[in-house]
Design a binder for this molecule. Structure first.
Ligand code: FAD
Length: 409
């Protein structure tokens, strides 16, 4: 059981999904002490999934942006959450229990929640202007403005964010090529069956893919770029968007004494290893996943939100069971809505329910090496997703899940 006291000063560094949900969760659960929320972006907290979906595929407007805010100034004031925006934390002294900010001021804490998330892995190719990356509202605004100009677009990185940007670019009439050194880049998340269908979906909409070959360089200048591939081939393009993953925002913790290893390493209760009363949540946290039996760093909305709720509860009421994850992720591309729950075991097997070639409801059920079900992916089938999620939670066999989904289809 972790210690609980609702009157301590909780400082949260990182004012995005995990940080904001933790602050609100603390108040909702009866926390009476001070709550300070510190964020480096000079923006009220906003949601990131729409940055590569709704906001990128439609016309940008201030109203659209406001509808994706996670909180308003009034709601945070109403919950008595002290907000410090536009100032980064630069350092952490866990002995004195102070966070040192970039403006030279310090903020003392009783309990610290680290929620600094991740940033886009920087592009190794920098021909000056014309290469875009996507992590923030400003990035999304810049890409949207650029896509509206039309012209060829090369997306480097065939993961969810890269392919969502590709779908948005196709929607603006751009000639799109997605490049990735991995032969089936989306297979890691959704398995090879749906990964292949997603590639076909992109081809049907006119996007091209160059998978299994990496980028050697990007040369030229804004509007007149050349993407040079490892096999020597060259793609002329106006715009390049590089989406090659993210890196956890832990630079400010370098001298903190916390254990940092591809994120802030925590125990099963999300307590940072290396200091008392410090938690890490969301994209920055690397925690022991009970199901997988390894430390993982998830970069998914639901995990960040769930971890925020878990830690708010742990701080106000205590926690007697370690954090467990629902492992839920989604992606929207063209008219496909892909949802995944659980995970895919590299030595496991998969069973398809439905017709992947059609555009209708489909599910793929993943089993681990022992044959026990460990995850599912659905396409355009929310009822199938909900059923699979329920059956996974109650530990049904692969055979039962496949039969029940088959009856629902
Ligand atoms: C374009 C895009 C699309 C996505 N789509 C999906 C999706 O469809 N489904 C899904 O499940 N997930 C999606 N995600 C992932 C999801 O948005 C993240 O998992 C989620 O935002 C994590 O929240 P977080 O609060 O942990 O981190 P972040 O959202 O990264 O926020 C961290 C915040 O901390 C701030 N910060 C960093 N360092 C400091 C510092 N030193 N001091 C103060 N503040 C600091 C950052 O500026 C940032 O505001 C998407 C992400 C992106 C970028």
């Amino acid at each position: 059981m972790t210690e609980a006291r609702a009157d301590r000063h909780v400082v949260i560094v990182g004012a995005s999904l995990a940080g904001t949900r933790a602050a609100e969760g603390l108040r909702n659960l009866g926390h009476t002490g001070r709550i300070t929320l510190i964020g480096s972006e000079n923006e009220l907290p906003y949601d990131r999934p729409p940055l590569s979906k709704d906001l990128l595929t439609s016309d940008w407007s201030d109203e659209a942006v406001e509808s994706f805010r996670l909180a308003t100034k009034a709601s945070l004031d109403g919950a008595d959450i002290e907000l410090k925006l536009g100032v980064a934390a630069n350092d952490l002294d866990t002995t004195e229990r102070v966070v040192i900010l970039a403006d030279g001021t310090t903020v003392g804490y009783d309990v610290l929640i680290i929620a600094t998330g991740a940033s886009a892995r920087p592009s190794p190719w920098r021909p000056g202007k014309g290469v875009y990356q996507l992590r923030t509202l400003e990035d999304s605004r810049a890409i949207a403005t650029r896509l509206k100009l039309g012209g060829p677009v090369v997306v480097v990185g065939g993961g969810f964010i890269g392919t969502e940007i590709a779908a948005a670019a196709v929607g603006f009439g751009c000639e799109v090529t997605v490049v990735d050194p991995v032969a089936e880049p989306m297979a890691r998340i959704v398995g090879p069956e749906i990964a292949r269908s997603l590639v076909e979906l992109h081809h049907r909409h006119g996007a091209q893919t160059r998978f299994g070959v990496g980028v050697a360089d990007i040369q030229g200048q804004d509007g007149e770029l050349t993407v040079i591939l490892d096999d020597g081939s060259r793609i002329a393009t106006s715009t390049a968007v590089v989406g090659i993953g993210s890196i956890p925002s832990t630079g400010w913790l370098a001298s903190s004494g916390l254990t940092l290893d591809n994120g802030v390493v925590t125990d099963g209760f999300l307590r940072a290893v290396g200091a008392d009363d410090v938690y890490a949540i969301g994209d920055v946290a690397r925690w022991p996943h009970p199901g997988r039996g390894v430390q993982v760093r998830a970069e998914h909305w639901t995990n960040a939100s769930d971890q925020a709720r878990y830690v708010a509860t742990a701080i106000t009421q205590g926690a007697d069971v370690p954090y467990d994850s629902t492992d839920y992720v989604w992606s929207h591309q063209y008219d496909w809505k892909v949802h995944t729950i659980g995970w895919r075991h590299p030595e496991g097997s998969s069973t398809i329910v439905g017709d992947l070639a059609g555009s209708g409801k489909t599910a793929v059920i993943h089993s681990d090496a022992k044959g026990d079900v460990c995850g599912a992916v659905t396409v355009n089938w929310v009822r199938g997703l909900n059923l699979a999620r329920r059956l996974l939670a109650t530990g049904e066999s692969t055979k039962t899940i496949v039969e029940k989904l088959g009856r629902l289809a």
